[in-house]
Ligand binder design. Structure first.
Ligand code: NAG
Length: 325
C-alpha cells in the first residue's frame, strides 16, 4: 500500500516536472523571439555551425513545432521523400525545397530580402533532412528485393563481383565451389543474401569496384588460414549493421557533416566501405582465436562505431591507403 502510493506520487512529481520544463521552454522561446526579433529556426541557422549541429537542431525544432502549418509542411516534405522526389542532382530538388522555405517564411513572418542567409541555410538543412529520409526508403526497397537467379541484372552483378575480386581467375561455372574463395557459404551465393536482399550484393559490388585494391587486400587478409573470416558473409552482415545505424538515426551526424547536398545511395555505399575497412582492422587487432569469435568481436566493433557516431562533429573518412601484411 505504502509502496504503491509512493510510486504514484513519484510519477506525479515527474509529470509535473516535465510539464513545468516544457512551459519554461515556451516562455524562454517567446521572450527570445521578443528580444532578438528572430524565431527559433533563425537563431539556430545563425547561431549553430553548419553541418550536424545546425541541421539536427533545425530538424528538432521543426518536429517539435506546435504550429499546424509547420506540421502540414512536414507532411508535404515526408510525402515528397516517400515518393522519391528528392534526387541526386540538385536542380530537380529546387522546386520542392524553395516551396518549403517560402512556406516557412510566410508562417514565421520572415522577410526574405532581409534574411537571405537564413534562406540559404534553411534550404541546405531541408535538403539534408529529407534526402536522408528518402534514402531510408530506398535502402528498404533494395533490402526487401530478394536475390533472384532468374533476373539477369542480378546475375550480371554477381558475376561482376567475381571478376572484380578475382580478376585473374576464371569462374569455371555459375555453380562452383570457387564462390567459397570470396567467402560465400556454398556453391551458389544466391541463398546467402537472405535478409539483406540485393542491398547486400550492391554493397559488396560497390566496395569491389570503387576500391578494388582495398577490397582485394581485405579479401586476401580474410583468407588467412588462422585469422581469416568469410569475406562475403561478413560483408553481408556489415550491410545489416550499416542499415541499422541509418535506420535508428545513429549515422545522421556523420551524414549531415559529410554531405553538402544531401544524401543518396552512394552515401550509404561509402559508409559501408568505411565500415568494412575498419572492421577488418579491428578484427585483426582483437587477435581472435578463431572465426567462432565473430559475434563477440562484431558487437564490440558496433559499440565502438556507435560511440564515434554520437560525436556531433563526426566525419568518417575512408582511408584506402592499405598496409601490407
Ligand atoms: C550478423 O552476425 C551476428 C553475430 O553472429 C548475428 O547475430 C546476426 O544475426 C547477423 N546478421 C545478419 C543479417 O546476418
Amino acid at each position: 500500500m505504502f509502496k504503491k502510493f509512493n510510486f504514484t506520487g513519484l510519477l506525479f512529481i515527474q509529470w509535473t516536472w516535465m510539464e513545468l520544463r516544457l512551459w519554461v521552454q515556451r516562455v524562454v522561446k517567446w521572450n527570445l523571439r521578443k528580444i532578438t526579433g528572430l524565431c527559433e529556426l533563425q537563431r539556430i541557422a545563425y547561431g549553430e555551425t553548419p553541418g550536424a549541429a545546425r541541421s539536427s537542431n533545425i530538424e528538432r525544432s521543426l518536429m517539435m513545432s506546435r504550429s499546424s502549418e509547420i506540421q502540414k509542411l512536414i507532411s508535404y516534405l515526408d510525402r515528397a521523400a516517400n515518393e522519391g522526389r528528392f534526387s541526386a542532382t540538385k536542380s530537380s530538388n529546387d522546386l520542392i525545397i524553395s516551396k518549403a522555405v517560402k512556406a516557412v517564411m510566410q508562417i514565421k513572418l520572415i522577410k526574405p530580402s532581409v534574411h537571405q542567409q537564413f534562406v540559404i541555410s534553411l534550404e541546405k538543412c531541408i535538403q539534408k533532412i529529407w534526402s536522408y529520409r528518402q534514402l531510408l526508403n530506398d535502402l528498404e526497397s533494395l533490402r526487401t528485393t530478394s536475390y533472384n537467379s532468374e533476373n539477369s541484372e542480378h546475375e550480371e552483378k554477381l558475376i561482376k563481383l567475381w571478376k572484380s575480386l578475382r580478376p585473374n581467375e576464371e569462374l569455371s561455372d555459375r555453380i562452383s565451389r570457387q564462390w567459397q574463395e570470396i567467402g560465400f557459404q556454398g556453391d551458389d551465393p544466391k541463398t546467402d543474401f537472405r535478409g539483406m536482399g540485393i542491398l547486400g550484393l550492391e554493397n559488396l559490388l560497390y566496395f569491389a569496384i570503387d576500391y578494388p585494391e582495398a577490397a582485394r587486400h581485405v579479401l586476401s587478409r580474410s583468407n588467412h588460414p588462422r585469422l581469416g573470416y568469410s569475406f562475403a558473409i561478413v560483408g553481408i552482415n556489415l550491410t545489416s549493421m550499416a542499415i541499422n545505424l541509418f535506420r535508428d538515426g545513429s549515422a545522421k551526424y556523420h551524414i549531415y557533416n559529410t554531405c553538402q547536398f544531401g544524401s543518396h545511395i552512394e552515401t550509404f555505399h561509402k559508409f559501408y566501405c568505411y565500415l568494412f575497412l575498419e572492421f577488418d582492422k579491428f578484427w585483426l587487432s582483437e587477435k581472435p582465436r578463431d572465426v567462432m569469435e565473430f559475434g563477440k568481436i562484431r558487437d564490440r566493433f558496433e559499440k565502438k562505431i556507435r560511440v564515434e557516431l554520437s560525436d556531433l562533429k563526426v566525419q568518417f573518412k575512408l582511408n584506402v591507403a592499405v598496409e601490407t601484411i
